[in-house]
Design a protein around this ligand. Structure first.
Ligand SMILES: *[C@@H]1O[C@H](CO)[C@@H](O)[C@H](O)[C@H]1NC(C)=O
Ligand SMILES: *[C@@H]1O[C@H](CO)[C@@H](O)[C@H](O)[C@H]1NC(C)=O
Ligand SMILES: *[C@@H]1O[C@H](CO)[C@@H](O)[C@H](O)[C@H]1NC(C)=O
Ligand SMILES: *[C@@H]1O[C@H](CO)[C@@H](O)[C@H](O)[C@H]1NC(C)=O
Length: 434
């Protein structure tokens, strides 16, 4: 048996809020990310981002290039000579825009690496650096979809969906799926039932997505699904636990329902918890949620026990942190803190991981402001030559790729910026910068 392994780092990061203050935050975020990378010393890095460009993406999309540049030009990643980046940036396309970004960095010591072409159903050797941005609908080395419209709460479109890539890492075939599921809009609605309507809706969308992968035309591969699942702690259960024996006061705001609140008080009128539509404020807010009891209300994975596996979660909730740089370790008083951001794996992927002390599942930037979500990472040693043997490359496609390699300077980055044009079909600009 071949016991060699590849050190792999998988990271999920909802980066939406770092684009609110791009000048400072991009720098702080990337420094923290890169120092964690150095510490964990992987040879393959998968970084799945959600909300690329942030909430005001029309204004912020221009900073995304800066973000990518900061990572690619870093000293920490200088030996990662093979790069594939997929940024879904075309916000003009309401039906397709997901704001997802999948970034993969492969160390120069790894040679036998291929990526799946979903259109031609072949693996293509990975050489050089490619960035796909703009409208990436026609890029064949990724699969991307928004959830069907009837999955969206109140049928409102938002940037929610998945983006998948398939890799052959020295003979081990795995899928890497970035996913962004629906959030909780109102704490009141969230506490109406257990599980909440939001939780049920997320479950439905995730079930739909996993079924789609299971039943589609591609062979099933072991997969890592890492993204912002928006999994919340069971709000109803948490509120009951925190307010047992307390008095409830409804503070009605007749002019504006937005400001109606529930307040929970002790016998001697000490305020313990306030819950509003977008307020969740405990008198001991910074410490009460970081002890172990809260984990028992993190239940959204349970529905997937037969399909998905997760390493034990021994880190504090990844959301919601204050977005101010000076307050990066403090939970915001808006939602009950929750483990939204996860790295999950299929049962078959679990078998590909060497069970050793290098395995680490944790939170990045515990003492640093990383935006409202702190990135979550899984560091593993992936067994080589352990994958299924899916469709072999045919010799023709390998030759085509070789030709491209010959003309590509080893030190160059190939940037593909795909722009939509109303009159003509998709225009593809290729810009090679050394
Ligand atoms: C959106 O995606 C669909 C299916 O992939 C495609 O047919 C359509 O052209 C896309 N629209 C835009 C504006 O890119
Ligand atoms: C890939 O696997 C072979 C053994 O099967 C090994 O010799 C090689 O070093 C591995 N790693 C790389 C660098 O791709
Ligand atoms: C909630 O927040 C405010 C300030 O942000 C604070 O003064 C108040 O006492 C907090 N506590 C509760 C339980 O509402
Ligand atoms: C790893 O090995 C230990 C000790 O043999 C075992 O208790 C644990 O369940 C294993 N973990 C996984 C993820 O297989």
């Amino acid at each position: 048996m071949d016991s060699s392994t590849i050190p792999v780092l998988l990271v999920t990061a909802n980066v939406g809020s770092i684009f609110e203050d791009p000048n400072e935050m991009l720098k702080i975020w990337t420094e923290e990310f890169l120092s964690t990378v150095s510490k964990l010393d992987p040879k393959f890095i998968g970084l799945h981002c959600q909300e690329v460009g942030g909430k005001n993406y029309e204004l912020s999309m221009k900073h995304v290039g800066n973000f990518v540049k900061l990572l690619m030009s870093s000293n920490e990643l200088r030996l990662f000579d093979k790069i594939r980046i997929f940024l879904d940036e075309d916000y003009s396309s309401a039906e397709n825009f997901t704001a997802l970004g999948n970034l993969y960095f492969v160390h120069q010591s790894l040679n036998n690496i291929s990526i799946w072409d979903f259109k031609n159903c072949v693996f293509t050797p990975v050489q050089g650096q490619e960035i796909h941005s703009g409208n990436i609908e026609a890029v064949v080395t990724k699969e991307k979809a928004k959830f069907p419209q009837n999955f969206f709460p109140e049928c409102k479109w938002s940037r929610k969906g998945f983006m998948r890539t398939r890799w052959s890492l020295n003979g081990t075939i795995v899928d890497m799926i970035n996913i962004h599921l629906f959030h909780d809009a109102s704490n009141f609605i969230a506490m109406e039932s257990s599980p909440s309507v939001y939780s049920k809706n997320r479950r439905r969308a995730l079930q739909h997505t996993l079924q789609k992968f299971h039943n589609d035309q591609y062979e099933n591969a072991p997969y890592f699904i890492f993204g912002d699942f928006n999994f919340r702690t069971d709000t109803d259960g948490v509120v009951k636990k925190l307010t047992d024996g307390l008095r409830t006061i409804r503070v009605q705001n007749n002019k504006n329902n937005e400001y109606t609140k529930l307040q929970f008080m002790t016998e001697d009128s000490k305020l313990v918890l306030t819950v509003g539509k977008k307020e969740f404020n405990h008198s001991d807010h910074q410490t009460v949620f970081t002890s172990e009891w809260l984990k028992s209300f993190d239940k959204e994975c349970e529905a997937f026990e037969d399909t998905l596996w997760e390493f034990p979660v021994k880190f504090p909730p990844s959301y919601p942190f204050e977005e101010k740089i000076s307050h990066g370790t403090i939970y915001m008083q808006t939602r009950c803190p929750a483990w939204c951001d996860r790295v999950l794996l299929s049962k078959s992927a679990k078998k590909l991981i060497k069970n050793d002390t290098d395995t680490k599942y944790g939170l990045m930037g515990i003492k640093t402001c990383m935006g409202d979500h702190k990135p979550v990472y899984l560091r593993i040693n992936l067994k080589e030559k352990a994958g299924l043997h899916l469709t072999q490359h045919n010799s023709e496609s390998v030759m085509d790729v070789k030709k491209v390699e010959d003309i590509m300077d080893a030190a160059s980055v190939t940037r593909y910026i795909y722009l939509e044009n109303i009159d003509k079909p998709v225009k593809i600009y290729r810009e090679t910068a050394v």
